[in-house]
Design a protein around this ligand. Structure first.
Ligand code: MOS
Length: 749
């Protein structure tokens, strides 16, 4: 556990300070150990054999050839794979995904594991896997949005009905003086964390030790325990560092369970690390979508109807469908509002949660459609949004916080210089003759809180220790969380030891939904406050303390001292109080959950507005995003450096979504043809030119006691549409398919 990493010393309140990531140096120097860096004795290396067909059956594997290879220890196929005690098809808990663990010989998608080879070395296992030389009975795969009949969803991927309607849709259409009916498509995207999925599994009779990157430590312990038929407390997860996650490390996948089974079968520790190409299949992705948006307005530009339908691909055997249309549920107020989800089952690995699941794809289409509507009305896109953004949550009527979105519009537009934008396209050029376009998009993302626990200790030397099983995928959560914890304890950050990333620690909940800092942070803060309260009880009851007789409530912890709030001359150090009390540690426990009363009365979201400038070569139609300005109101910012970095990361992903990212499927084989980081394009530094984040001040007293919202996912929403709209403004060509490519613009010439 990385509990000895230094914090740079700072004075004063810890929250609000731009500390650098506490694990940054360990990561860039290679000192950080990731799951695959563990090499227990007698380790076996596992290599899984991926199906090269997308639909059919495995008819033959040359097990004898593989086993004959020197160093190959075991070959696991459906013929000898033990049944899993917990049925992987049963979906026994929330966020359970169905997966393959060699329980039969059917192939349901390309890259599905069809065998696992164990070797004394990685080389031996790799060669053994090659020698298996699978034969198949292959059926024609069903691929893409038109690969099968669509079906209507009963429920969204994270709950809620598959269709919501507020108001009278037919009346909304009938009342429209202007209307548009447009269809957008978004591609399949794959998480591609730098650290591919990896684990080292070790059994000690019926106890399981896992070194595995996890966004959801306690939930994963329970899941592995279920599938393997052991009590949850018998599973230990060590997850000190994650090399990215983006949602894919929050859920259990088949290859990992298979490696755990293999360790049990052989009685030896087993390591499995997926190859980059094996990330395209069994570990989830963002499903492709087709979205139809019908918008209508009255003659003043007020929306009478916003009707958003989304169709998204899912697998033949599970139910995760990108809830893209839900993106239209909260942002704009229309007299009539409808979101409806459809799915199509094709021969592909099941999609899963991927950074801003639903919102990223849905807001891309919505924000472009809003621009098309503005253009039909002859209105400036920002003006159009100002006429239509929602003050209260559509459907529930719960108020949004403090006009946050309007502040984002105003500050973002000011910083970008939006005023003076010509309404017509193809009006601006730069000194090199490039077409210049400006576009914008609104951003909205829910600010959830889950449940979490934490423990805080004041030690005899006056330092603190805090513990919670949180996950840091690289976003800096452990730094922000430690800052909050230090404030709770009334200590400077460098006097607090922070332990995390281990299942022995209190459950910090899931690092997902942009709710981790709010949730785990609230638990840590509460634990620290409780420890200080206990210390104050001791001091105020001790005649030898300068605080003797002071009311407990009037004593606060600050910089390692208890201080009487209205008479600062009366104070005493933590160490002195503890020493006189006998030298025992003072322990506080804390927990966090959303207040149901607060939630009943208030809509809880982060808000934002993104402004984009693109430059398009008038001859070659090469597209450059020259400037992005995002203004976001996300409650109290615990660490401005890290929060801005998260928002920038989200915006860069938005740029990636708009211009780069797409997994291309070979319709004949059902295989992704660019399953590597050479062919699967993501932006590099040269693609990201001007990038600026403004965090808009926001006090939201309702979300939680600390006023914390999330910053992890909102940056994508808004950015994709802003870039699409800027490209239209530069060129006059409206492209309704992402990523937008040179040939799409040439086709519009
Ligand atoms: Mo995420 S997709 O909230 O890890």
């Amino acid at each position: 556990m990385p509990d000895t990493l230094p914090f740079p010393a700072r004075f004063g309140s810890n929250s609000g300070q731009p500390f650098t990531r506490r694990d940054g140096i360990a990561k860039v120097t290679g000192a950080a150990t990731f799951a695959a860096d563990n090499h227990p004795e007698h380790l076996l290396h596992a290599v899984y054999v991926p199906a090269t067909i997308a639909r059919g059956r495995v008819t033959q594997l040359d097990v004898a050839a593989a086993k004959a290879h020197p160093g190959v220890v075991e070959v696991i196929t459906p013929d000898n794979c033990p049944p899993l005690p917990g049925d992987p098809q049963s979906k026994p808990f929330m966020f359970a995904f169905r997966f393959e663990a060699l329980q039969d010989d059917t192939v349901r998608y390309a890259n599905q594991p069809i065998a696992l080879v164990l070797g004394e070395t990685l080389e031996a296992a790799t060669e053994g896997a090659r020698l298996l030389n699978p034969r198949y009975t292959a059926l024609t795969p069903r691929v893409g949005l038109d690969g099968a009949e669509p079906y209507k969803l009963e429920a969204g991927a994270f709950g809620g009905p598959g269709e919501t309607v507020h108001g009278d849709i037919a009346a909304g259409h009938a009342a429209a003086a202007q209307a548009i009916d447009v269809t957008y498509e978004t591609p399949e995207q794959y998480h591609n964390a730098m650290e591919t999925h990896a684990l080292v599994a070790q059994w000690d009779s019926d106890r399981l030790m896992l070194d595995i990157p996890s966004q959801a430590i306690a939930m994963s312990c329970a899941a592995y325990a279920f599938y393997l038929g052991i009590p949850p407390e018998n599973v230990t997860i060590r997850s000190p560092y994650l090399g990215g996650g983006f949602g894919s490390k929050a859920v259990v996948n088949g290859p990992q369970v298979l490696a755990i089974l293999a360790a049990r079968m052989t009685g030896r520790p087993v390591k499995l690390m997926l190859r980059r190409d094996q990330m395209f299949g069994p570990t989830g992705h963002r499903g492709a979508t087709r979205q139809r948006l019908r918008l209508g307005t009255d003659s003043t530009g007020k929306l009478t109807v916003l009707d958003h339908e989304s169709l998204a691909v899912t697998s033949t055997f599970d139910d995760f469908v990108e809830s893209a249309a839900f993106a239209s549920q909260g942002l704009y107020a229309a007299d009539a509002l409808r979101s409806a989800l459809y799915g199509v089952r094709v021969d592909i690995g099941t999609p899963g949660p991927m950074r801003a699941p639903g919102e990223a794809s849905g807001s891309a289409a919505l924000e472009c459609a809003m621009d098309e509507m503005a253009e039909a009305l002859g209105l400036d896109p920002l003006d159009f949004r100002l006429r239509n953004y929602a003050d209260t949550e559509p459907g529930t009527g719960r108020p949004y916080s403090s006009k946050a979105l309007r502040d984002c519009y105003a500050q973002g537009a000011e910083r970008f210089g939006w005023a003076g934008r010509p309404r017509q396209p193809r009006q601006m050029t730069d000194a090199n003759g490039c077409l210049v376009g400006w576009g914008m998009g609104s951003a909205l993302f829910a600010a959830p809180m889950f449940t979490a626990q934490a423990r805080a200790v004041l030690r005899p030397d006056g330092t603190g220790l805090v513990e919670t099983a949180a996950a840091d995928m690289g976003q800096g959560a452990w730094t922000a969380l430690a800052q909050i914890a230090a404030d709770g304890l009334g200590l400077p950050l460098d006097k607090v030891e922070f332990r995390s990333g281990h299942s022995d620690l209190p459950d910090a909940g899931v690092a997902g939904g942009s709710g981790h800092t709010a949730t785990a942070g609230s638990a840590l803060h509460a634990a620290g406050v409780e420890a200080v309260r206990r210390l104050a009880e001791i001091a105020t009851a001790d005649p030898a303390s300068p605080l003797y007789g002071a009311g407990n409530a009037s004593v606060v912890g600050r910089d390692g001292r208890l201080v009487l709030e209205n008479d600062e001359s009366r104070s005493e150090s933590y160490a002195d109080i503890i020493a006189r009390a006998g030298g025992a540690e003072i322990v506080g426990e804390g927990s966090a959950a959303r207040s149901p009363e607060a939630a009943a009365g208030h809509a809880m979201y982060s808000h934002g507005a993104v402004f984009a400038e693109v430059k398009v070569d008038p001859a070659l139609y090469q597209i450059r995003v020259s400037r992005l300005v995002g203004a976001f109101a996300a409650g109290r910012i615990i660490n401005p450096r890290l929060a801005e970095s998260q928002l920038m990361g989200g915006m860069i992903w938005g740029l990636s979504f708009a211009l780069h990212e797409e997994a291309r499927m070979d319709a004949r084989t059902g295989r992704v043809i660019n399953a590597d980081l050479a062919g699967y394009h993501i932006p590099v530094n040269a693609d990201v030119q001007g990038l600026e984040v403004l965090t808009v001040h926001e006090d939201d007293p309702h979300v939680n006691a600390l006023g914390i919202k999330g910053v992890g996912e909102i940056g994508i929403t808004g950015t994709v549409g802003a870039i699409g709209n800027a490209i239209w403004h530069a060129t006059g060509t409206r492209v309704r398919r992402f990523p937008i490519r040179i040939e799409d613009l040439l086709a519009g010439v």
